[in-house]
Design a protein around this ligand. Structure first.
Ligand code: SF4
Length: 493
């Protein structure tokens, strides 16, 4: 185990893509020999240790550089249960060292021309630029702020290349007029409902269209998941385009797991040209959940926070990541996933604040079964002044059976079902699906009164037919709701 990184082992270090000069190779070897045993360094070429409480984040098997995924716990990493969640360890140490605010800085993705190369040379060059004497005297300054400023004058330019320039600040959207109906309603203060529809696992679209038709009148927008559990299905943008054709407003989900920086930018332009205006950025379920044979599990080109940062900048500055100007930039309402029951509420709140700073305008949360636990998380968000910058849609999934409830609680990362609800589902026997609906309705009733809740996000898990009932019985019908005609009438017409 490395000296200062509480991980289980070192993952292999990156090697430079191109042949390096002899001098550089010597420097790389020395850096690796020092930082390897101390931090489990993988030679990512852009050291973040200062920002991550001196724990190297490159041990995260999802390759996340900006915080934990929604499955983070104090116990084990869900991707590799033989090691701890390294991001839990980072947050825990950062809070103990009072360095937690440093975790807000939006850190850049890897520069693959630099991976495997040394970072000490960059630091030395920057020290020379600042002035060696000035830097050394700054280290010994009695003024804490000056010391911090001095430190940042060297390490920030090294850490934040010109093409990224991430920071810890909130960046409000640079537009006024809502770009989608979902945004319009939320801005108008309406309580909204969105719902998921599962994309088909074939090219047949009949069932997909039927489900869209069924729930469309009851919700403001429909989410199309992006290969949940890392199992291939019809793409979210294709389903979203079909939904637009059916007169429904989609929320296109994009999982970082399957994107590169080029692919993401291309997809966002294409989907925007097709009329898609709501985009939800996620890390995505790990490949470890996928049916074998599995793809790479330890790498993402961009994580969800980086996706938000990049997409917000494209929209608000009209520039690609590489700086090329765009004549007609895309318009979209940016969302992110939030996970109230992963790790600790105050850890999660910091992570959600980072997403909001990066560009998230709305959250759709993971499944919620515990109103009190949700309230704790909301209170933490309020303490961080996040609730007035983001709309929170609380995730609700009606349970269909006791087996499903057990599976959700025991196997799905970031989901917690209180024992009392598990017992209700068990005792309900053959009536379990009805009990599941009642539990969902009770939760909605409790949660809708909590501060900062702007609506609900229903995730019916292939039970789309329950959506109209839940929305109606919970009294959540949208403004101007028009009941759909009974099917028989339509056929006769
Ligand atoms: S952040 Fe990168 S350079 Fe720093 S210790 Fe980890 S792998 Fe090494």
């Amino acid at each position: 185990m490395p000296g200062f990184t509480p991980g289980r082992r070192w993952q292999p270090a990156y090697i430079p893509f191109k042949k390096e000069t002899f001098g550089n190779r010597v420097l790389e070897t020395v850096e690796y020999m020092v930082k390897g045993p101390l931090f489990g360094c993988r030679m990512c070429g852009n050291c973040l240790l200062q920002e991550t409480a001196f724990i190297c984040p490159m041990e995260c098997p999802k390759g996340l550089r900006n915080g934990p995924c929604g499955g983070s716990t104090s116990e084990r990493c869900y991707v590799d249960p033989t090691r701890p969640c390294i991001w839990y360890k980072i947050y825990d140490r950062a809070f103990r060292m009072n360095r937690q605010e440093m975790l807000l800085e939006v850190l850049p993705p890897l520069d693959w021309e630099k991976t495997g190369t040394e970072t000490w040379g960059d630091v030395t060059r920057q020290v020379k630029k600042v002035g060696v004497r000035k830097f050394v005297s700054g280290i010994f300054s009695n003024d804490k702020e000056k010391r911090e400023e001095n430190w940042q004058s060297v390490f920030e330019p090294v850490r934040q290349p010109e093409w990224w320039q991430g920071d810890r600040e909130y960046h409000a959207p640079a537009y006024e007029e809502p770009v989608s109906e979902l945004e319009r309603r939320l801005k108008a203060g309406e309580f909204v409902v969105t719902s998921e529809v599962a994309p088909p696992a074939t090219v047949a679209t009949k069932k997909l269209k039927e489900n869209i038709e069924l729930i469309k009148p009851y919700v403001t927008a429909i989410n199309f998941t992006d290969c949940p559990s890392a199992a291939a299905r019809m793409s979210s943008w294709a389903c979203s385009t079909i939904a637009i054709g059916e007169g429904a407003e989609p929320v296109m989900q994009i999982a970082a797991r399957d994107r590169t920086r080029v692919g993401l930018q291309a997809e966002i332009l294409g989907s925007n040209a097709l009329g898609i205006r709501n985009v939800l950025c996620l890390s995505g379920d790990s490949m470890v959940l996928a049916p074998p044979p599995r793809g790479r599990m330890d790498i993402v080109d961009l994580d969800a926070v980086q996706m938000l940062w990049l997409l917000r900048r494209i929209r608000d500055t009209g520039k690609y990541l590489d700086g090329r100007p765009m004549k007609f930039p895309p318009k979209y309402f940016l969302g992110a996933a939030a996970s109230p029951f992963a790790s600790e509420p105050h850890f999660q709140a910091l992570r959600e604040e980072k997403k909001v700073n990066a560009g998230a305008q709305f959250f759709q949360t993971n499944l919620v079964y515990d109103a009190d636990g949700l309230e704790k998380w909301l209170n933490e968000l309020a303490k961080r002044n996040v609730l007035d910058k983001v709309y929170v849609l609380v995730g609700i999934t009606p349970l269909k059976s006791y087996t499903m409830a057990r599976y959700m609680n025991d196997e799905v990362p970031g989901v917690f079902i209180p024992d009392a609800l598990l017992a209700r589902m068990k005792d309900a026997g053959d009536n379990a699906s009805e009990e599941g609906v009642q539990i969902a309705l009770e939760l909605i009733e409790k949660v809708r009164k909590l501060q900062g809740v702007s609506g609900f996000h229903l995730m019916p898990v292939n039970w789309e037919s329950v959506v109209p009932r839940i929305v109606t019985e919970a009294g959540l019908l949208p403004k101007g709701f028009v009941a759909p005609e009974p099917k028989e009438d339509k056929v006769l017409a």
